[in-house]
Ligand binder design. Sequence first.
Ligand code: GTR
Length: 346
Amino acid sequence: MLTRRELLLTPLLLMACQRRKTGSSQRPLFAAETHPESYPTTRALHAIDRVLAERTGGEMRVRVYSGGQLGSEADTLEITIFGGLDLNRVNLAPVNSIVPETMVLALPFLFRSVAHSRAAFDGAPGRAILDAMTPHGLKGLCYYDSGARSFYNTRRPIRTPDDMRGLKVRVQNSSIYVAMVQALGANPTPIPYTEVFQALVQGVVDGAENNWPSYESSRHFEAARHYSMTNHVLAPEVLVASMHTWKKLDDAQREHLQAAVDGSVPIMRELWDARVEESRRRVLEDGIELVEDVDHDAFASRMRPVWDRFLTTPRLRELADRIQALDAPAPAEARQASDASRVNRQ
Ligand code: GTR
């Protein structure tokens, strides 16, 4: 009997083979995306498609499979490494177990502000982490913002780490997220994103953690009514290509793809900033309890041992040091102040 993964993979491989027969111009690049069509990351993928179509007169296109229809991020990532998918937009979390360098961006309380996180993604440390994916079968194309992640739950308002004690908390499929929740005395449960709503409603878990747009678009807010602004992680989303696909593209095609991807980053940021505000407004209007008086210092010090546990090599420590030493870009200084407060509001 075929496994779920093999079932998923078969049609994609068949389509991929067909392309080989008919020439690359016949088939669009297949892209997996867990979010619905209206989400900023999905819209960024469609923006890439439009620009590619324009630049190549329709020769290169992207077909987006949104809403998690091809499977969980962990599964689709494996399929991408395998060559069954060309492009995949995932959070960095499922890449953590494949490319250790990516864990650095998920360290709790690493970033001082959104501007600081963007300086890291756009700068040399971000580039080095994208490049570290190549030997693992993935071409890191770009980061997209994911804002600050905070804890929410069905039971009670969280203000201090002690309030987390004993809660069953859904985490992404990544050992650094498991360790963060353990450090707070709660019980981490890895569950694929598309199954979290059901797990919250059925009481399989008491809570989860995410940014405003995901908390809202996934409807988690309908089940978990206490949202506490812990802002413990600002790890980004990432767009990757399969190295199998990347190697098959000629130089001009690679240039078109990378240019379209680069152009989608500022578009996505604008959509993202607007969506954060919009999602926040929607869930507040719906009457969730927003907890703003969170003891961030207590959370940061309780989670600090996670740094030592995961920064196990000089290379990882050096990447973390370089990111901490970054100044947010000078022209953004004025904005930085509001960004810092935004981290606290996100
Ligand atoms: C979202 C992210 C998704 C997925 C999800 C999760 O913020 O955009 O890619 O990682 O979180 O919690 O699984």
